[in-house]
Design a protein around this ligand. Structure first.
Ligand code: TA6
Length: 279
């Protein structure tokens, strides 16, 4: 079943139920904020203090960072992580492949509003396939007459039992930029979290594996060779108005990205698809 729902303040989202899983996707930002396989815990973490308001990104789920990841290279007053997550997308297609799989396609195209922020005509498609696995595919198309550079991320917040219980496999011996210390380093062994972590890894192995007690989550990416791992830890979390003070204890962001050296140049008419499959 696919239902179009609206909160009292008019915030619109899709509610998807099939024999394998439930999901919710906000039209603002094409923001998947809930996915849960039947008989399993929710896959994605969602802040209980998240805004569900126009123009404010939901804290949790899978925000779409596009057409730049992090701060804009030159215009520091432009929104962090680009504008795609703050704009209203259009529902192009909602298809029940069968009783066990639902496919949603949403579209964002350049507009007077986006051209004020980024001088490129584009089409952006997000395809979410909800089944016993979750597949998210973000396709960028350069509809302009000049080449553009895109950095992006599927900024996935994963729910974990406790941050002390988790480790991430697949980053071993890869180079990363440590945004906490502003240094380039090499990952030694699996990653565990015991402080603020904000790292952009390059040339990662596929898939990444999140271990959380007896549970393992496989994150298989295509169209990406970089990944971001983030946990705000105690101080930064306490200073975030849309996150509970202890929120950092039950979440970890592992983001499938085209970030830093993995940014993509698109010639006129060219397309690029960034995909993550969670199983
Ligand atoms: O993905 C890591 C990061 O770039 C962190 O530096 C932190 O800013 C996080 O994204 C969340 O950013 P947001 O703009 O959603 O608060």
């Amino acid at each position: 079943m696919i239902e179009q729902k609206k909160l009292k303040n008019g915030f619109e989202y899709l509610k998807i139920n099939n024999k394998n899983a439930h999901a919710k996707i906000a039209l603002q930002g094409a923001h998947l904020f809930h996915y849960q396989r039947l008989g399993h815990a929710p896959l994605l973490w969602l802040s209980g203090k998240s805004f569900f308001e126009a123009g404010k990104a939901i804290r949790g789920g899978v925000p779409i960072c596009w057409p730049w990841f992090g701060r804009h290279k030159t215009e520091k007053n432009l929104p962090q992580h680009g504008f795609a997550r703050n704009l209203l997308w259009k529902l192009l297609e909602a298809r029940e492949n069968d009783a066990c799989s639902t496919e949603i396609t949403l579209q964002l195209t350049s507009s007077e509003e986006s051209l004020q922020l980024w001088p490129h005509r584009f089409e952006l498609l997000l395809q979410v396939t909800v089944s016993e696995t979750l597949c998210i595919a973000l396709t960028s198309k350069n509809c302009d007459k000049k080449t553009c550079e895109i950095s992006s991320a599927l900024h996935s917040y994963f729910a974990v039992t406790n941050i002390d219980n988790v480790s991430v496999e697949g980053l071993e011996n890869t180079l990363y930029f440590d945004a906490v210390t502003n240094e380039s380093k090499t990952q030694k062994g699996p990653l565990s979290i015991a402080e603020e972590v904000d790292r952009i890894y390059q040339k990662i192995h596929n898939p990444l594996i999140l271990h959380d007690q007896t549970r393992t989550l496989h994150i298989a990416a295509t169209g990406s060779s970089s990944a971001v791992v983030w946990n705000p830890w105690i101080t930064k979390c306490a200073n975030m108005n849309d996150m509970q003070d202890i929120g950092y204890q039950t979440m970890l962001c592992i983001e499938t990205a085209n970030a830093l050296e993995d940014a993509r140049q698109l010639a006129p008419g060219e397309e690029h698809t960034l995909t993550a499959v969670f199983s």
